[in-house]
Design a protein around this ligand. Structure first.
Ligand SMILES: Cc1cc2nc3c(=O)[nH]c(=O)nc-3n(C[C@H](O)[C@H](O)[C@H](O)COP(=O)(O)O)c2cc1C
Length: 158
């Protein structure tokens, strides 16, 4: 395989950019992710690629729940606040306000929309695990244009 072509082709996939909220023991954590998509209407299923050597993956495996926060175009700072590993920077929320609903996963007050999932399957074949979640609750704070990965100028893929 032509490695450069593989990279270019895979980077042709278009993505949103989301803050995925997790429960870690009695605490909460969150990480920014673009490898996320809906995969079924009924039941409503969502797939997320989750890096296996992260605190978030440990939390997802143990708690079997996660939340997804859909950010608004322009909310780059909010996305950037959750890129760094909890193990390096400690609590990432700082002044960022959140609450919890059905699963105890963090929901960011400033996000446009949110939904929460119960994990129904995990496939650990790659360096990121394929986590499949069934949507069990959702909410709308306000309507708007969702943030995309392209808008940030970053790449995660290839
Ligand atoms: C642009 C960008 C996109 C990312 N997308 C993902 C993703 O889809 N899945 C993932 O597991 N990590 C992704 N990451 C990396 C996580 O945000 C990062 O591993 C985070 O530190 C994990 O947090 P934790 O260690 O507190 O669990 C991305 C990073 C960047 C810079």
């Amino acid at each position: 395989m032509d490695e450069q072509a593989k990279k270019t082709a895979l980077r042709g996939i278009t993505y949103g950019l989301y803050v995925v909220g997790t429960k870690v023991g009695d605490d909460v954590n969150a990480f920014t992710a673009n490898w996320l998509t809906q995969t079924s209407f009924s039941p409503p299923l969502v797939a997320v690629g989750v890096k296996k050597d992260t605190t978030s993956f440990e939390g997802i495996k143990e708690s079997k729940v996660f939340s997804v926060n859909v950010l608004e175009s322009g909310q780059k700072d909010l996305a950037f606040a959750f890129f760094k590993p909890l193990s390096r920077v400690g609590n990432k929320f700082g002044d960022i306000e959140f609450y919890t609903a059905s699963t105890g996963s963090p929901i960011l007050k400033d996000a446009l929309y949110w939904f929460e999932c119960k994990v129904v399957d995990i496939n650990e074949r790659g360096d990121h695990a394929l986590v499949l979640g069934e949507v069990v609750d959702a909410g709308v704070h306000r309507t708007g244009e969702p943030l995309t990965l392209r808008e940030t100028g970053l790449f995660y893929g290839g």
